[in-house]
Design a protein around this ligand. Structure first.
Ligand code: MLZ
Length: 255
């Protein structure tokens, strides 16, 4: 970030708690979760993995190809029993592997003797932030929606109303997406180091940046990234790049 003189998006722009919630869940625990493929359904899910403040979840009765990740303070998850308390009915997941008629028995069996995640492990979802305060060029950490177990360095590429365009550094647009500014998939810079998640390195396809021009004048700093920069023959640093409000961020044109 120093090299590119970039600015981190302020923490108050995000719908995330300043201090990431503690993750007390254990692999094997059961909970209720909205089916990501059919969000009106509430299903039983099992914690398959733990990563930082997130859980890797698999819906009981579903295959192992549709795992999903949720923050421990996501409103998509709740303790077992919540659905019934509210007068709802637990549903089989989309793609339930058995005959639909076997669902009630399956449900009994899957819950019988299971370890339920205690209510205290579920944290309250942070409130929505004030109006969209992201600016083009600001840096963040964001979930790669094509590889949702990954959190990667990213830059705000565009802002429109309540939405932001998340561009992944060094990937020429292949993974970029629009999302609401209060999305739970975007985090302030430093999030992964607080939660213990592994922040992915940026890709190596880059990009017109201020730094790429600068780097040439100090050969010791030449990196894979600068070697591939389309700007590498430019003699003078151009002022285009990742400064807030200026120019287009890297990758966007490759979408
Ligand atoms: N190696 C994989 C993951 C890329 C992750 C990019 N994240 C922005 C691929 O190339 O698809």
């Amino acid at each position: 970030m120093k090299e590119t003189e970039s600015v981190a998006a302020p923490v108050h722009c995000f719908r995330q708690s300043r201090i990431p919630p503690t993750n007390d869940f254990k692999v094997g625990m059961k909970l209720e979760a909205h089916d990501p493929r059919n969000v009106t359904s509430i299903c039983i899910a099992t914690v398959i993995g733990i990563t930082g403040a997130r859980l890797r979840l698999r819906l009981d009765g579903s295959d192992n190809k549709n795992d999903f990740w949720r923050l421990v303070d996501s409103s998509d998850i709740q303790p077992v029993g919540t659905c019934e308390k509210k007068g709802g009915m637990l549903q089989p997941p989309l793609g339930f592997q058995m005959n639909a008629s076997s669902w009630p028995m399956f449900l009994l069996r899957t819950l019988n003797g299971a370890e339920m995640a205690p209510a205290a492990f579920f944290k309250k979802e942070p409130p929505k932030p004030a109006p969209n305060c992201f600016k083009v060029g600001m840096k963040l950490e964001a979930i790669d929606r094509k590889n949702p177990y990954l959190i990667c360095p990213a830059t705000i590429g565009d802002v429109k109303g309540d939405e932001v365009f998340v561009t992944f550094d060094g990937w020429r647009g292949a993974f970029d997406y629009w999302c609401r500014c209060d999305s739970r998939d975007i985090f302030p810079v430093g999030w992964c180091s607080l939660t213990g998640d592994a922040l992915q390195p940026p890709g190596n396809n880059v990009s017109i940046t201020k730094s790429s021009a600068k780097i040439q004048s100090s050969p010791s700093k030449v990196t894979r990234r600068s070697m591939q920069s389309p700007q590498k023959s430019a003699p003078v640093p151009t002022q285009r790049g990742r400064k807030p409000g200026r120019g287009k961020p890297p990758g966007q044109s490759a979408v």
